[in-house]
Ligand binder design. Structure first.
Ligand SMILES: Nc1ncnc2c1ncn2[C@@H]1O[C@H](COP(=O)(O)OP(=O)(O)OP(=O)(O)O)[C@@H](O)[C@H]1O
Ligand SMILES: [Mg+2]
Length: 474
């Protein structure tokens, strides 16, 4: 699959020449290798790219904001001037930032995009989620620096890469907007040499050369036609033209030598992750007990599934379903068996049934002595917060009667003997209507595990702080 080599232009300092660099570099690279697809887009909310590359008057239908909501890059890309293709810019990017799920989304999208060639990303002067996504996806991050302040700002980019466990060497600094008329006495003769020395001293790598400040180049973005012209067509007589050629050659050589390593790694990680998720889901399916965990009757087919309770033990050893009626009987008889009065019993049963779809149910068995246990039953809300509960003392050996929670004993009996008897055993249950296997899908199962973790943390905290008040069902 054709995967692109991704170049991100980033700097937290505004006005250092990022957009000028991104747009012109795209053109110079295309000039070096005519057949190489070069794709350009910007995560800034101005329209320089569109003004420079748009063919004709009609803007493209899509815009870069849609890349995170399911539209593929290939659907968004439009052919542009100078052979560079681009994704039109978007003014409302900032408002949409909260919909971005994380910093790795763009990398994943581009690795599946089949764009091939080179992708160049212009960013805004803020290390926001878009910029982070663009850096996370990049093989090479080019940082224009124009003075000591913009060099200091590189530290955040380097820290971000470190956090992501990516090598700092993907950063390449490039002195830009250098005023070549200024000369110093001493070892560094001009600001380019000085900046470069500072940068190397701080452990950064730099491109060879620099981009000079040129009144001609500055004038290319301000003219009566409203267009923005590139250096290659309108600034050929300047030093900047030669400097861009030199830069493009270095970038192109890097691309030839390395290839799209980043996208290949991201794609491999993605497929590894997908394969792992499939394996884990299969494993969860294979653990499921055949038939109802209480009465062992065969469970209905998915097509006629009336709903049932999914139950799993804390150690993952026991997993399966309990039919609706079996579960409610289990709770009513084994936890509330001694309820006085038919009315009281009926209203409790109704409450359980009514709230079942919005609740989790937790059963905890704690060994008190060799033949004695305590079983606690809790009803939890959807976030795992305890709502109500009650405790039963249960004889573990010998005969038992209705008050001795026989079904619960049987259920816990399905677990192998405790390896650590002082640790309580946990069973968590939740009613599943619709597709019974939905709970085992990755995202839903993550939620289930989150609730289970919360329950464990809460129980551990209560053990340390006994006497926490909980409404006890009478
Ligand atoms: N080599 C150059 N010589 C002279 N002027 C330049 C040069 N490069 C860029 N400029 C001008 O400097 C200004 C800032 O450049 P540019 O917009 O590329 O910076 P930027 O880092 O993208 O800014 P922002 O952070 O606001 O997005 C623009 O007016 C541009 O025309
Ligand atoms: Mg810019």
């Amino acid at each position: 699959m054709a995967r692109p080599y991704v170049i991100t232009i980033a700097s937290e300092k505004g006005g250092v020449g990022k957009t000028t660099l991104a747009t012109n570099l795209a053109i110079y690279l295309k000039g070096l290798a005519e057949d190489l697809p070069v794709t350009l887009f910007s995560f800034d909310n101005h329209f320089t790219i569109d003004q420079m590359f748009q063919l004709g008057k009609q803007p493209g239908k899509g815009h870069i904001g849609q890349i995170f909501s399911g539209t593929t890059p290939r659907e968004l890309v439009v052919a542009g001037q100078y052979g560079v293709q681009f994704i039109p810019s978007c003014r409302q990017l900032f408002d949409q930032q909260r919909h971005l799920p994380g910093i790795d989304r763009l990398a994943e999208i581009l690795s599946h995009s089949q764009l091939g060639g080179l992708v160049i990303i212009d960013t805004s002067p803020v290390l926001d989620l878009y910029t982070r996504n663009a850096i996370h996806a990049a093989d090479r991050v080019i940082v224009p620096i124009k003075d000591a302040a913009s060099l200091e700002n590189c530290r955040n980019l380097a820290d971000f890469l470190k956090q992501q466990e990516r090598p700092r060497s993907i950063l390449r600094l490039l002195p830009c907007l250098i005023d070549t008329r200024i000369h110093f006495n001493g070892p560094f003769r001009n600001s380019y040499q000085l900046l470069k020395a500072y940068a190397i001293n701080r452990g950064y790598r730099c491109f060879e050369g620099f981009i000079a400040k040129s009144p001609k180049v500055e004038s290319l973005s301000t003219n009566p036609s409203g267009k923005i012209y590139p250096v290659i067509t309108h600034g050929r007589g300047t030093d900047v033209h030669l400097q861009f050629m030199h830069l493009a050659r270095q970038v192109y050589l890097d691309y030839l030598q390395q290839g799209p390593i980043r996208m290949n790694t991201v794609a491999t990680d993605f497929y590894d992750r997908e394969a792992r998720l499939v394996r884990e889901r299969r494993e969860r399916h294979s653990r499921l007990h055949n038939g109802c965990l209480c009465c062992d009757r065969a469970l209905p087919d998915k097509q006629v599934w009336p709903g049932a309770y999914y139950l799993e033990s804390g150690n993952g050893q026991l997993a399966g379903y309990i039919e609706d009626d079996c579960f409610i009987d289990l709770i009513m008889q084994d936890c509330y068996g001694e309820q006085k009065g038919k009315d009281r019993e009926e209203s409790l049963r109704e409450l359980l049934v009514e709230t079942a779809d919005r609740s989790y149910f937790l059963l905890q068995r704690t060994r008190l002595a060799d033949d004695q246990s305590q079983i606690d039953f809790f009803r939890l809300d959807q976030s795992g917060e305890k709502l109500s509960g009650r405790s039963m003392q249960v004889k573990e050996k010998g005969r038992f009667n209705r008050q001795q929670s026989p079904r619960l004993r049987q259920l816990f009996g399905k677990l192998s003997p405790d390896e650590t008897p002082d640790q309580p055993q946990l069973l968590l249950a939740k009613r599943i209507g619709g597709d019974p296997l939905r709970i085992l899908e990755h995202q839903n199962y993550l939620e289930w595990q989150t609730i289970f973790s919360r329950v464990r943390v809460d129980l551990a905290a209560e053990k340390e702080l006994p006497g926490q008040v909980l409404q006890v069902d009478q």
